[in-house]
Write a protein that binds this ligand. Structure first.
Ligand code: BYC
Ligand code: FE
Ligand code: FE
Length: 478
């Protein structure tokens, strides 16, 4: 089960023993490389980057760091080890052996889940493709590229499942992954957040904090799947995801730290003065939090979803940490509290737990988001600044679900009040990033690529990568 890097497509699935599949994937590979060249990180063909590459799917399999020439990264197919005798943990098939092949009756919905998951991966690479040009330091540039190559690998993970288990339509879907593009008016990516631009590094850190975290929760739910190859694939993807969220959390933290430093130096909390000193004021950071959080909440789908109920009942997609939950894992008669708008107020009402599966996952996600906010607030407090970040109400700025179109002329404020469209229009500039915010943040974005140097709007990291100092030459240009 070791990863075989001697093959054209590195893998731990004994690809060489299935010539047909191997040939099909080898035929897809040049299309992937063309996509990476055209829509992957801009202008990086000759960069050597200090990257980690998996040498095994064991927990110490990440110990391998070294310089990799960007397009030579070895994208491959890595599944977590099978668990002998694994059974399905939930739904109508609870207790039956996990499926090694796609059950015919669930082929359509299973393919749809895999395609939706797969589509987000190259989308994020497309969204981030220009960021290398304006990196705040070599350390950050290296982290960006690490995230990018791993999102590319996540696409490989889903394409493998499509090729290996879905025949002709699987191959067609694999092609279509490279034909939809983020923000393309004719062929957009499937989910909303993946068509939003990621124009600056503040957006990038917010995206990796909030949107990659949706990835964590979706992957964890798919890692419970009764379809064993999907479960094992997602299990390994989760080990890569942890670093992406670390990049986001530490990135926002370092920006807030730098802002506090400037505020203390200048003894001011005036956003104009903070900006004039080349730092990002905390109000702007809060508006970015509001945007990225609300857009990421939409990724969990409708609060009440028959799709989600069916995925669960049929054993395709479970709950977060399904096997650690103590209930009957069928949920036929169970209820779950769901917030909804009643007149002037948001109230919480019990709904069938099966239809509320998406909302339950969103709830797990919200609790996880709070943890990082607490850590950011602790750092702000430690700097002596009397100010806290907060997550807006889950109903704020939603485009999917019960809060998306409550009624004409009705909106929800960040503190969860039902308000009129007029109040929204009047105040939205203090709630969501404005064009002025984007222009200001954009004006700070200049590439800093000398080892040991860093842009003025962000603090250096507490420690480097793999025990290396911050001054290490994380990227070599040729
Ligand atoms: N935008 O019944 P509903 C990641 C559609 S991120 C646009 O609630 P369901 C990553 C929905 O498709 C993780 N459309 O749907 C992060 C449905 O369409 P149809 C990605 C949306 O299926 C960073 C309709 O609305 N993985 O890995 O219960 C970097 C009704 O909705 C949206 C997954 O998402 C939206 N936001 O829930 C790189 C896992 N939301 O049927 C990577 C796989 C809903 O009416 N996907 N719609 O045509 C799923 O599990 C489900 O598809 C969803 C939606 C949870 C997304
Ligand atoms: Fe991913
Ligand atoms: Fe990710």
């Amino acid at each position: 089960m070791a990863i075989n890097y001697n093959e054209r497509i590195p893998n731990n699935v004994e690809l060489a023993e299935n010539r047909r599949l191997q040939r099909a994937l080898e035929a897809w590979q040049p299309n992937y490389m063309r996509w990476w060249h055209d829509l992957g990180p801009e202008g990086t063909e000759n960069f050597e980057v200090y990257l980690r590459t998996a040498i095994s799917v064991e927990s110490d399999g990440w110990a391998n760091f070294g310089y990799v020439r960007m397009p030579d990264y070895r994208w491959g197919i890595f599944l977590a080890h099978p668990v002998a005798g694994r059974t399905i943990a939930f739904g109508d098939h609870k207790g039956e052996p996990a499926w090694q092949e796609v059950p015919g009756e669930y082929r359509g919905p299973l393919r749809r889940l895999i395609v939706t998951q797969g589509d987000t991966e190259p989308a994020s690479v497309e969204q981030q493709r220009q960021l290398g040009l304006t990196c705040p330091s070599l350390y950050d540039l290296r982290n960006l590229f690490q995230v990018n190559v791993e999102e590319g690998r996540h696409l490989w993970a889903m394409v493998y499942l499509l090729h290996a288990h879905f025949g002709r339509d699987g191959r067609d879907e694999a092609e279509a992954m490279l034909e939809r593009h983020s923000g393309d008016p004719d062929k957009p990516r499937i989910l909303g957040a993946f068509n939003e631009p990621t124009p600056d590094w503040l957006s990038f850190y917010m995206f990796t904090y909030f949107t990659d975290r949706d990835g964590k929760y979706q992957l964890a739910s798919l890692a419970e799947s009764g379809f064993d190859p999907l479960a094992r694939t997602c299990q390994f993807m989760l080990t890569e995801e942890a670093h992406h969220m670390f990049v986001g959390e530490s990135g926002v933290m370092r920006i807030a730290q730098r802002t506090c430093e400037v505020m203390n130096e200048l003894k001011t909390d005036d956003p104009a003065k903070i900006r004039a000193a080349g730092a990002m004021d905390l109000d702007t950071l809060q508006r970015y939090i509001n945007f990225h959080y609300s857009v990421s909440l939409d990724l969990f789908g409708q609060e009440l979803s028959t799709n989600a109920a069916n995925y669960y009942t049929t054993g395709l997609k479970g709950r977060y940490h399904e096997t650690k939950i103590e209930d009957d894992h069928r949920l036929v008669d169970a209820a779950f509290p769901v917030p909804l708008v009643k007149g002037e107020r948001i109230v919480v009402e019990d709904q069938p737990a099966l239809t509320a599966i998406n909302e339950r996952l969103r709830e797990d996600y919200i609790a996880d988001c709070e943890r990082g906010l607490k850590r950011w607030n602790k750092a702000i407090k430690a700097a002596g600044i009397p100010r806290e970040f907060a997550l807006p109400h889950r109903a704020f700025n939603r485009r999917i679900g019960l809060f998306a179109n409550v009624a004409p002329d009705i909106r929800i404020s960040p503190d969860g009040r039902v308000i009129t469209e007029a109040e929204w229009t009047h105040r939205v500039g203090s709630w969501l990033p404005t064009s002025d915010d984007h222009a200001f943040v954009g004006s700070l974005m200049r590439g800093v690529v000398e080892p040991g140097k860093i842009a003025g709007w962000i603090a250096p990291p507490a420690r480097g990568i793999n025990g290396q100092p911050f001054e290490f030459e994380y990227v070599k240009f040729h």
